[in-house]
Design a protein around this ligand. Structure first.
Ligand code: SIN
Length: 485
């Protein structure tokens, strides 16, 4: 089925306490490229979610008391298995999510890299000894796993967003429960199958699949045995999940929406900026929180940049992600297409001009043409909202102050990008942008060693890097007294 080399990777039950768990009903997983039903997956609900939390709680002692080396060995096995099965995992991912196969393979390597990176970093959870105020005392700081971690992950990166959270949690000694998006449960279940083969003990990594987002979300945000909740998704949903976590004062980390500015200065390498804009905008059909949302171009290079960018975007191939040579796959649903189209038409009504694309694509109802708009101002719907689709609005600007004011005039603060070769300007703009991440002459900034995360209403906490581990650790202060003779 689906031309997998290892058919055992296609699972359709929840994975709880090291066992595959069926439910009374199923839900369908649909290929967004053609509407085919790929699989019917167990529709777990509140009871199964509670079971998964209980199993994570039971496994906590065993996992948290293993040495960092023991955990690292098992996590390294998991990483190796993910890379050995990269082709199959990518195929499953493209089938359920739609992104082109090459991009899906990239996501598997990206996700696996977090497991590899954190398996090593877990060995470096150092404590501290602090000089005490009196000679008969010692102040010692140790770090301990927070406990059971629950997460809700999105459909746009069905593998990497789970790996990025689970890897840090497991390396810190926590156990983990994930509810993957109901559009893309198969990648999560394939990860569970490989976690089991890697020797990760029962209850340490649990996946509950189901379409009762509200009911399952309540368990994962309110269950008293969960110490930490982590979410990647929209700011609107994130806000209500944070509120739900308040009742048990959970530690939270949130990776929410973005509205990334991409700034091209007069002194930029224009060809590099065009390439950077293409990868940061059209990756995953524009359905990425760090995707470029507004392109600001300085007046002196406006025509040059717009012409070259438009010519390059016009060359992109749109189609089923499994076909050869495809650059842009379908969007996740026809509702997503309709939302993007509304932003375009509302902005045209406000005076913007479409110079490329601007409507659905003949490939089918889930496809949208790569689109470029000019005559855009920073207050139009296409600039104010997170587009989450393959549309590039171009806004012109005069100078640094002008562009910084526009770029920062936004409730989000996740990723930002700019192109310049002037070292003074590079520092001024990098420090002036109110964003958690800044790509400088670079359109792809995500990797396991770097702290991914936002400020303002884009969330809190960091994923990846040494800072990412802190989010899964508690600091404990030991005061030793009575040391005088
Ligand atoms: C996201 O859309 O939040 C993830 C993007 C990335 O990891 O690069």
């Amino acid at each position: 089925m689906h031309k997998l080399k290892d058919k055992q990777l296609l699972k359709n039950f929840s994975y709880i306490n090291g066992s595959w768990h069926s439910s009374e009903t199923n839900f369908e997983v649909i290929n967004p490229a053609n509407g085919d039903v790929i699989a019917k997956v167990s529709n777990a609900g509140i009871a199964e979610t509670e079971l998964a939390v209980n199993s994570a709680k039971s496994a906590l002692k065993l996992w948290s008391t293993k040495s960092a080396n023991e955990r690292a060995t098992l996590m390294r096995n998991w990483f190796n298995l993910m890379m050995q099965h990269q082709d199959d995992l990518a195929r499953i991912l493209t089938l359920e999510q739609g992104k082109p196969l090459a991009e899906a393979k990239g996501e598997i390597a990206y996700g696996a890299a977090f497991i590899e990176w954190f398996s090593e970093e877990g060995k470096r959870v150092y404590g501290d000894v602090i000089p005490a105020p009196s000679g008969d005392k010692r102040i010692i700081v140790i770090k301990q796993p927070v406990g059971v971690v629950a997460s809700i992950t999105p459909w746009n990166f069905p593998n990497a967003m789970i790996a990025r959270k689970a890897a840090a949690a497991l390396a810190a000694g926590c156990t983990f429960v994930v509810r993957p998006a109901s559009q893309t449960p198969l990648s999560a279940l394939a990860m569970a199958e490989l976690a089991e083969r890697a020797g990760i003990p029962a209850g340490v990594f649990n996946v509950v699949t189901g379409d009762d987002a509200r009911g399952m979300g309540k368990v994962l945000t309110q269950h008293p045995d969960i110490a930490k909740f982590t979410f990647t998704g929209s700011t609107a949903v994130g806000k209500s999940l944070i509120a739900q976590c308040a009742s048990t004062v959970k530690k939270v980390s949130m990776e929410l929406g973005g509205n990334a500015p991409f700034i091209v200065f007069d002194d930029a390498d224009i060809d590099a900026a065009v390439q950077g804009a293409i990868v940061s905008k059209y990756r995953n059909a524009g359905q990425t929180c760090v995707c470029t949302n507004r392109i600001f171009v300085q007046q002196g290079v406006l025509v040059q940049f717009t012409d070259r960018f438009t010519a390059a975007v016009a060359e992109l191939n749109i189609g089923d992600g499994l076909a050869d040579g495809i650059n842009i796959g379908p969007m996740i649903s026809k509702n997503a297409v309709a939302d993007v189209n509304k932003l375009v038409t509302d902005s045209v009504a406000a005076g913007a001009k479409v110079i490329l694309g601007g409507s659905t694509h003949h490939q089918g109802e889930n496809f949208y043409q790569p689109t470029i708009m000019t005559n855009v101002s920073n207050d139009m719907p296409i600039a104010v909202n997170e587009i989450f689709g393959p549309v590039s609005p171009i806004i012109s600007f005069t100078d640094e102050d002008d562009v910084l004011a526009m770029a920062n005039d936004c409730e989000y603060g996740l990723a930002s990008y700019f192109y310049s070769r002037d070292i003074g300007r590079i520092w001024r703009i990098a420090e002036g942008l109110e964003y958690g991440m800044v790509g400088i002459n670079e359109g792809i900034i995500s990797n396991a060693a770097a702290p991914f995360g936002g400020i303002k209403q884009s969330g809190n906490g960091r994923e990846g890097s040494k800072y990412g581990l802190d989010d899964y650790l508690e600091i404990k202060y030991l005061c030793m007294g009575g040391l005088d003779k």
